[in-house]
Design a protein around this ligand. Structure first.
Ligand code: ZN
Ligand code: ZN
Length: 131
């Protein structure tokens, strides 16, 4: 398997019982469907309710797993973190540095102290329904 971004061959590494495809050249990581949810301990790969029905912005990057083409989607509605996802096999590609950002977001979503963040996110979603 080759990196969708820099075309270098990726290495398979095992961390926390998950096989991840890691590009040593650009330091991006590929997650097959459901692996992201497993790693973040969230219910879905992308905690963005719009990800189910919204098509992302097409990119020029090929999916490293199938013949799909990656699309850019927000990881979560309110924040500007864009990740690449394949609309066919639903794998997710994280560029270098995005893993840390996803980790911070997941931590906020899982912590009861941060319920306010979840309320704010859901309010935003509801307000969207009335526009
Ligand atoms: Zn790469
Ligand atoms: Zn794919």
């Amino acid at each position: 398997m080759n990196c969708p971004k820099c075309v270098a061959p990726v290495n398979e590494i095992v961390i926390e019982h998950v096989y991840l495809d890691f590009c040593p050249s650009c330091r991006g990581i590929w997650f097959d469907k459901d692996e992201m949810a497993f790693v973040t301990e969230l219910k879905n790969d992308l905690p963005n309710p719009q990800a189910e029905r919204t098509e992302g912005r097409p990119t020029a990057f090929p999916c490293p797993r199938c013949d799909g083409r990656l699309e850019e989607l927000k990881f979560i509605p309110l924040l500007d973190l864009l990740v690449d996802r394949c609309p066919k096999c639903f794998g997710v590609w994280l560029d270098n540095g995005e893993l840390q950002k996803v980790g911070t977001i997941a931590e906020h979503l899982l912590s009861p102290k941060n319920r306010i963040l979840r309320v704010a996110l859901q309010m935003k979603h509801h307000q969207g329904d009335f526009v």
